[in-house]
Design a protein around this ligand. Structure first.
Ligand code: NAD
Ligand code: WQD
Length: 340
């Protein structure tokens, strides 16, 4: 029998790409999503790519009763990948309770159901935001977690603590937290990708929307950082590469290859790219000229962060493969397809 994996947030950006990769290696996928930040037609698109329509249940994972009813309906789950969360840093500053409730209660409900219904394996979406501005770069997993600069970031830190404590108390549970750096790009089919609501906060959707004419100009937030060209540096990781790491993590847990019951890994390329480098790479690889201007720094931004990926490379046998150029081309193809 195929192993069955629950993917929460599976119609979302990273979730949908992960569903495709899970199906490609033969997992039976069940998606739970309340469609608060994604659309139902993602299911059609997943089916177009993989030839398989995943099972889908639409409800809010904050609702404990519905979550329990779900676990009753699906008694054969082997593992869970928990993507469902709110993720807009700025909105979390304005609506902290909305973020704490959604991101923490969903996790706690799942953990309770995992113990009640004996589902031992969980992969959790964490973030490089837990490192803040690290003292040493590239940042390793043992770098100290810094005080979060937003309620969103804090939900990821608290989630990791909740996981650690829950796993300590329940040795039958196992978790891998994956700390994503900056996920970008889209599936090569251009059938799934990122769907930001309203004006994008993140760099790459803002770039593609500017190039297509939806935004007039990209603002480069600061050119006075202590970096080679003065703009801020991040580790941009292709979303398909990222999705593949989840497939490896879930197998590691199911095959009992994990070395601790709570493990966490950086998922990045290991290479930092500045905002100017991203613009240059986009312009070169797509042939699109970008209208941009330098403005002041954005509040809360760190100067530079990029991953030491050795632990993930060695332990998971995973490595980011796609280049920044090809990833930006995939983001551009996705944007063009969306606006057709
Ligand atoms: P996304 O918003 O595209 O996907 C999240 C999905 O979860 C959406 O489809 C949404 O409808 C669903 N959802 C949210 N709350 C829910 C709830 N209470 N019940 C049911 N469904 C719910 O986001 P994404 O970019 O795919 O991010 C996935 C995960 O990765 C999140 O946990 C996010 O915090 C984390 N992460 C994202 C990034 C990034 O830059 N995209 C970086 C680091 C970590
Ligand atoms: C990247 C760089 C900006 C927009 C965020 C979250 C983080 C994680 C990933 C979830 C920065 C610059 C951006 C623009 C710009 N998400 N920029 N003009 O802030 O590194 O990370 O997403 O966990 O928690 O904080 O990503 O894409 O917003 O910014 O110059 O219009 O691009 O200043 O240097 P960030 P980003």
């Amino acid at each position: 029998m195929k192993k069955q994996v629950l993917v929460t947030g599976g119609t979302g950006y990273i979730g949908s790409h992960t569903v495709v990769e899970l199906q490609a290696v033969g997992y039976d996928v069940v998606i739970v999503d309340n469609l608060s930040n994604s659309q139902l037609d993602v299911l059609d698109r997943i089916e177009q790519i993989s030839g398989i329509r995943p099972a889908f249940e639409q409800f809010d994972l904050v609702d404990q009763e519905k979550t329990e009813a779900f676990f009753q309906k699906y008694p054969n789950l082997n593992a869970i990948i928990h993507f469902a969360a709110f993720k807009a840093v700025g909105q979390s500053v304005d609506k902290p309770l909305m973020y704490y409730r959604n991101n923490l209660v969903t996790l706690m409900n799942l953990l309770e159901c995992m113990t009640i219904f004996n589902v031992p394996n969980l992969v959790f979406s964490s973030s490089c935001t837990v490192y803040g501005q690290p003292e040493k770069l590239p940042v390793t997993e043992d770098a100290p977690v810094q005080k979060a600069t937003s309620p969103y970031g804090n939900t990821k830190q608290i989630s990791e603590e909740i996981l650690q404590d829950t796993i300590f108390a329940n040795p039958e549970l196992k978790t891998i937290a994956l700390r994503y750096f900056n996920p970008i790009g889209a599936h090569p089919s251009a059938l799934i990708g990122e769907l930001p609501l309203g004006v994008p906060n993140n760099l790459v959707p803002f770039i593609t929307q500017t190039a297509i004419g939806l935004r007039q100009q990209l603002s480069v937030f600061g050119d006075d950082y202590n970096t080679p060209d003065g703009s801020a540096v991040r580790d941009y990781i292709n979303v398909v590469d990222l999705a593949k790491a989840h497939v490896i993590a879930i197998a590691r847990l199911m095959e009992n290859k994990n070395k601790k019951n709570f493990e966490y890994f950086n998922l990045g390329t290991g290479r930092g790219a500045s905002v100017f480098e991203v613009i240059e790479s986009f312009e070169r690889s797509t042939g699109q000229k970008l209208n941009y201007k330098v403005v002041g720094r954005r509040a809360g931004d760190v100067e530079q962060v990029y991953a030491d990926t050795r632990f993930a490379n060695e332990e998971l046998g995973w490595k980011a493969e796609k280049t920044l150029d090809e990833t930006l081309v995939s983001a551009w193809t996705w944007e063009k397809n969306l606006r057709k």
